[in-house]
Ligand binder design. Structure first.
Ligand code: ADE
Length: 221
């Protein structure tokens, strides 16, 4: 998969790009690339935003600036790239959307800053608008990392133990339910024990217990 991030702050992703599962995905053929709107803006003095028509506080990312960035990256034919604008008003990001995106061969995440995007970016340049939750962040960089993390860890070779993504929270293996609780050594700590069944060595019973706990958690959320 090619994973492109359009941002004014590519340096914010340095820590993220160095994470093991992201590097693993890179070693298995995925590519994470960054494009700075400021590098290709058609406006003078590196301008990328402007004051909103109709008045109001803050600045708005300009449609011509984002278009120029996409043009420089892809040229006029962008159909093969699934382009997502990150904005609090978009489709709520969840595990299902992460799985859907993991099946794409080329993704582009458009990060906004300031008051957000000129609506024409969302309407005409992006294929979807995506929100990571009902709150407003200062920009799309953290949402882009959230989306990239959830998607990249689904790609083959990203996680060390290929099993660990199969049966985790919200996966198909658990019927979309949250994951069951985990325990490890010591078997008692400050008087806090571990469920006996997990120490029994009875794999069928352990499995049954785990699915039950997972369903219980689903009913509570
Ligand atoms: N940009 C600012 N807040 C956001 C959010 N909650 N989701 C996606 N993009 C955003």
């Amino acid at each position: 998969m090619i994973f492109d991030v359009f941002t004014l702050f590519p340096e914010h992703f340095e820590w993220f790009a160095g994470q093991r599962h992201v590097r693993n995905a890179g070693e298995h053929g995925s590519e994470l690339r960054f494009f700075n709107y400021r590098d290709t803006t058609p406006l003078g003095a590196g301008q990328v935003d402007d004051s909103p028509y109709g008045g109001g506080a803050g600045m708005v990312m300009r449609v011509d600036v984002v278009d120029a960035s996409l043009e420089a990256a892809y040229g006029p034919d962008r159909d093969g790239v699934r382009k997502l604008a990150l904005t609090p008003g978009g489709r709520r990001f969840d595990e299902g959307l992460a799985s859907e995106l993991a099946r794409e061969s080329h993704l582009a995440l458009l990060c906004g800053r300031y008051e957000g995007f000129d609506e024409r970016i969302v309407a005409h340049l992006a294929d979807d608008a995506v929100s990571i939750g009902p709150y407003v962040l200062s920009g799309g960089e953290l949402p882009a990392m959230v989306v990239a993390d959830a998607v990249l860890r689904k790609l083959p070779g990203s996680l060390g133990d290929s099993e660990s993504a199969l049966e985790e929270s919200f996966s198909e293996a658990l019927g979309g339910a949250p994951e069951y609780p985990h325990y490890t050594r010591p078997p008692t700590y400050r008087g806090w024990g571990v469920p006996e069944i997990l120490l029994s060595g009875d794999h069928a019973k352990v499995r049954e217990w785990r699915l039950e706990r997972s369903r219980e958690r689903a009913a509570r959320t």
